[in-house]
Structures are given as structure tokens and as C-alpha cells.
Design a protein around this ligand. Structure first.
Ligand code: SF4
Ligand code: SF4
Ligand code: FES
Length: 286
């Protein structure tokens, strides 16, 4: 009989969130506990497959005894902690973060953000039309994906996915300082002259659509991108024996993009160029 290895049982941590008792496995974050309790804490730089970067601070909560607000996405739950998620101080901080981001970055393709802006009564317009923006045209230098840094919130998720957390290609990094800081490949070259291997793992983690499939970019520009008309089917990649899971997004009987389930214990949402982009032969029905 084959022995099935079981995960090491984890101790439960007990604490309170908004006056109610919470119990989560040791090692869970405050965000994990809040989500388990059904609370909608906004997040942008948090990635379920990446180590927290604490870059955006839109997820802050109040913890009794802590002088500063605490990022829920990275703070581990501790026994006896008293967490308040909806205080005036936390709400005000989230509001200002949303205002600063939305006044300087195009968040039109960031899921959920419009709802948060409404909920927190954020007014990005109050900084006036002169608020600093990148004002840069999308970089379209290959047939697979587009980089539109007007939509970039500098969350570093793409850098971490391309670097030591997953892909180990290190094709992209942060260049410049202060307002000039931006994500770039070495020497700000076109992607085609860089170390990029077109795995698309950076697109998978980008929270704003700054990195997008060329297929999606073109359809959005043509006004034909319609997620309500898309189906998602998860299947097994046929290119090699690893057996990665592919989720095919299909609209009008055509594959429009390929993602991969983040909860897969082998690939964690990552793919190679063939699995991510090599689907045209499926559609060649002529
Ligand atoms: S496609 Fe892959 S190799 Fe290229 S920049 Fe993105 S993560 Fe790095
Ligand atoms: S391109 Fe996307 S993933 Fe990369 S830093 Fe900008 S917003 Fe984050
Ligand atoms: S989501 Fe927690 S700091 Fe960005």
C-alpha cells in the first residue's frame, strides 16, 4: 500500500477581529483570517502565490497595541491579538491610498477598484489635472504581450514572479528613482532584446492589467473584449510530461487567453511559453 504523506497539523491561533473570536491555523495572515470571516479587505500588491511585498498599503487594519496601522496581507495572526478592520483611521488611510493611486495611474482595468473607490468615498480628482502621471504609450514590441506602464502601480509582483520567487529569469526590474521609478528590462530595451522567455508568469500576477495578453489588448482596443461572454475550461497541457494545468478562456469559440490555477501544488499558476501562448494550432480549423 502506498503511504499518502499528510501535512503537518498546525496549531490554531485564537484572536479577535472586530469583537468576534477568530481561529486560524498558525502561520496564517490577518488577511487570511479576515477573508475566512467574510470581510472584504481591499488588496492590490498582495499575491496568493507570492511573498508579501507591503508595497501598496491599501489593506491596512488597526491592531491594539501597535502604534502604526498594520498591513493585513503580511502580518501574521498572533494569539490574543485584537484587530479592528473598519475604524475611521484604517478607512481614511485606505481612502488616501486609493486617491493617490487613482490620480496617478490608470486603474480602468483593475478588478474591484471602482467599488472600493466608491465604498471609501475616495476622490482622486482632488489633486487636479496636474497630478503626476507617466503618460507613456503602451509598449507593443512583440506578438504575445503588451506592457502598458500607465497602468502600473509599482507593486513589484511581476519582478518577483520573473525573479527568484518563480521564473528565475530576472528579465525585469525597477529602474529610476522617485517619480521616475518604473518597471523596465535591462537598458530599457524592447522585450525582444531582453532575457525574457515569454512565460507570461508576470502577466498572471499583475493586478492592474499593466501587463496583458496581446489578444486581450487588441480586443479591448476594438471594443470586443467581453468577460461575461467567456467560458473558462481547465485542462492538462499536452506539450510535455509535466502535466501543467491550463485554464482556457474562450470567447466566440476562440481561445482569447490562457491562465493556470494558482492552487495547483506543482505550478502555482506558472507556465512556460508553450502552455501560455501556444494554442493557435487548436484554432486553425481551416
Ligand atoms: S514573460 Fe516571463 S521571463 Fe518574460 S518578463 Fe514576464 S516573467 Fe519574466
Ligand atoms: S507591471 Fe503590474 S505587476 Fe508589475 S509592478 Fe506594475 S502593476 Fe505590479
Ligand atoms: S495588499 Fe497589503 S500592502 Fe498591498
Amino acid at each position: 500500500m502506498t503511504a499518502i504523506p499528510l501535512g503537518v497539523p498546525r496549531r490554531l491561533v485564537e484572536f479577535t477581529i472586530d469583537g468576534k473570536e477568530a481561529r486560524v491555523p498558525e502561520g496564517s495572515t490577518v488577511l487570511d483570517a479576515c477573508r475566512a470571516a467574510g470581510k472584504d479587505i481591499p488588496t492590490l500588491c498582495h499575491g496568493d502565490t507570492l511573498t508579501p511585498k507591503n508595497a501598496c498599503r491599501v489593506c491596512v487594519v488597526e491592531v491594539e497595541g501597535s502604534r502604526t496601522l498594520v498591513p493585513a496581507c503580511s502580518r501574521k495572526a498572533e494569539p490574543g491579538m485584537t484587530v479592528h478592520t473598519d475604524t475611521e483611521r484604517a478607512r481614511h488611510s485606505r481612502k488616501v491610498v486609493l486617491e493617490l493611486l487613482a490620480s496617478s495611474v490608470d486603474l480602468s482595468t483593475t478588478p474591484q477598484v471602482a467599488g472600493w473607490i466608491k465604498e471609501y468615498e475616495a476622490k482622486p480628482d482632488r489633486f487636479g489635472p496636474e497630478a503626476a502621471r507617466l503618460n507613456e504609450a503602451p509598449k507593443i514590441d512583440n506578438d504575445l504581450y503588451v506592457r502598458d506602464y500607465d497602468k502600473c502601480i509599482l507593486c513589484y509582483k511581476c519582478v518577483d514572479a520573473c525573479g527568484d520567487q518563480w521564473q528565475n529569469t530576472f528579465a525585469i526590474s525597477v529602474a529610476g528613482r522617485g517619480f521616475d521609478a518604473r518597471i523596465a528590462v535591462e537598458h530599457d530595451a524592447p522585450l525582444t532584446d531582453s532575457a525574457c522567455v515569454y512565460c507570461g508568469n508576470c502577466i498572471e500576477v499583475c493586478p492592474t492589467g499593466a501587463l496583458s495578453f496581446k489578444s486581450e489588448f487588441d480586443m479591448r482596443a476594438a471594443g470586443t473584449w467581453d468577460e461575461s461572454q467567456q467560458t473558462e475550461t481547465t485542462t492538462v497541457c499536452a506539450y510535455c510530461g509535466v502535466g501543467c494545468n491550463l485554464t482556457l478562456h474562450v470567447q466566440d469559440n476562440e481561445i482569447v487567453k490562457v491562465t493556470s490555477p494558482h492552487d495547483n501544488p506543482v505550478t502555482h499558476g506558472n507556465l512556460c511559453i508553450k502552455g501560455r501562448f501556444g494554442y493557435q494550432h487548436v484554432q486553425n480549423r481551416g
